[in-house]
Design a protein around this ligand. Structure first.
Ligand code: ADP
Ligand code: MG
Length: 465
């Protein structure tokens, strides 16, 4: 059979095949196939699976290829058959059936490669990197976490079947890591053999860099691809790391297609993660997106009591209330306050009292600035997008006048200042001007829904009242 002459390749291994067997049509054809595929499949795939193969025999319809062992035959058949067929079609204009014949050569290189191929994810049965204390039982559910927690439980009960992916977002220290790890711990308690892996995006990034440096990307990939449940924490870390985004995108697609569950957390919703590729954004948000907010006062008290119980310490209600009323934004800070309180009590052999709690919270809580006229002026100016000088000035454009009148209204409502005092704050305005301003805003609040909403937002952003 007359076939085109083999293409000489720069690659040493391929030339070695050519040297041995240049005489047979099969060898030449196969060298051409490899040359064709070399630029069309990934480097890693080519080096691992295609380079060690050799054309053995060819007739009108069948090409016989020698491969190192039966595992190669299976793999090539499953993963490269379409590419190989299209290479043959391109080179000869004909369709071929490809048969693989295993050559059981036990040379060191092949054995090494084989070990890499048979690589299985190293996952301890109890779930890798999961902390035992992060359970649903230890997670106090409040209004702000009820929905997220219910979704997390469903995912743990039926990984891959409930919401996939589940995307949990919320501010720092609000329990995202706790919740995502609780999914892993709970899934493992329900399904003994489920392969769970928890990883923070930052760690994933380090693993990826190392895999690239050590040329072990195959292991890196297969480790993640064999999972039933991947818990990927702090995905906002992907910002600006395109290579990692690409990897996560493929990893996610692979797992999702295989019916495996993926859970992500982030400090913001997918759409608000800047520079995240559009296709990744849409993948991340394609399942269920839930948020967790800061807990309310009752929940904060319940969390403190539970933490104290876990530490087997007494926490009087008044003290729990004192701490919870002051530490509002983060459960992590709440915990830190409590730990400091217990440490102070132990070191000084002191009783746990509100006074001791005050000491413990000293540099942890930034005291709220008392509300005054200046705070109102500055918040209102910001809301109306004007400067403080403008709002206190005399210019009477409609927008500025409205901003000024709103600030006057808020001073009356929140600080209960006299009309004269308010007027003084705005460069000595007459009390009738102030009264007129307050009436106007009151009317507007009743008549104009969108203004009312704006006023409410501004008012609640300013603490007192
Ligand atoms: P994030 O990952 O959102 O920054 P973490 O999950 O690390 O926050 O939570 C910080 C700490 O607060 C952890 O020790 C966690 O156990 C605790 N925590 C957060 N939310 C709750 C909650 N609802 N109930 C009990 N502990 C909580
Ligand atoms: Mg976290």
């Amino acid at each position: 059979m007359n076939l085109k002459k083999g293409v000489a390749l720069a690659d040493g291994r391929l030339n070695a095949h050519a040297d041995n067997d240049m005489t047979t049509d099969a060898a030449r054809l196969w060298i051409d196939v490899l040359a064709y595929l070399k630029v069309r499949v990934s480097q890693e795939g080519f080096d691992t699976w295609l380079a060690p193969t050799k054309g053995q025999d060819v007739n009108k319809t069948v090409v016989e290829v020698e491969v190192p062992n039966s595992f190669f035959a299976e793999w090539l058949g499953q993963h490269y058959s379409a590419e190989i067929k299209s290479a043959l079609k391109h080179l000869t204009g004909r369709e071929f059936t490809v048969l693989y014949r295993a050559r059981d050569v036990a040379d060191a290189a092949v054995l090494k490669r084989r070990a890499a191929l048979n690589f299985k994810p190293v996952i301890r049965p109890e779930g890798y990197r999961l902390q035992a204390r992060y359970t649903f039982t230890n997670f106090i559910v409040g209004e702000s976490t009820r929905f997220a927690c219910a979704a997390a439980r469903s995912v743990a009960e039926r990984p891959g079947a409930a919401y996939n992916p589940l995307f949990v977002y919320g501010g720092v220290g609000l329990g995202k890591t706790h919740l995502i790890q609780a999914i892993g711990n709970h899934a493992l308690s329900l399904h003994r053999n489920v392969k769970v892996y928890y990883v923070a995006a930052e760690t994933l990034f380090i693993e990826l860099i190392q895999a690239i440096e050590k040329n072990t990307r195959l292991e890196f990939k297969s480790k993640y691809r064999g999972l039933d449940l991947l818990l990927l924490d702090d995905i906002h870390y992907l910002v600006g790391k395109e290579r990692l985004q690409e990897e996560v995108f493929h990893m996610f697609n692979h797992l999702h297609d295989a019916g495996s569950q993926v859970v992500f957390t982030s400090d913001r919703p997918p759409k608000e993660i800047p520079t995240l590729e559009e296709r990744l954004v849409s993948r991340l948000g394609s399942g269920l997106v839930v948020d967790i907010q800061a807990p309310d006062l009752e929940t904060r008290i319940a969390i403190l009591k539970q933490k104290a119980a876990l530490e087997e310490r007494e926490l009087p209600h008044t003290v729990a209330y004192y701490i919870a009323a002051r530490v509002k934004k983060s459960v992590r800070e709440l915990e830190a306050g409590l730990i400091r309180l217990f440490a102070l009590a132990s070191l000084n052999s002191a009783e746990i009292t509100v006074d001791l709690a005050e000491q413990a919270l000293k540099d942890l809580v930034v005291p709220e600035k008392p509300l005054d006229q200046e705070t109102i002026v500055s918040a209102t100016a910001q809301q109306f997008d004007v400067s403080q000088t403008e709002i206190k000035g005399t210019c009477r454009t409609k927008h500025l006048a409205l901003a000024r009148q709103t600030a006057m209204y808020l001073m009356r409502k929140k600080l209960n200042l006299s009309l004269k005092e308010i007027g003084f704050c705005f460069g000595g305005k007459d009390h009738t001007t102030v009264m007129h301003a307050i009436d106007k805003i009151e009317r507007l609040r009743i008549q104009d829904v969108s203004f009312a909403a704006r006023l409410k937002k501004l008012s609640s952003g300013i603490s007192r009242g």
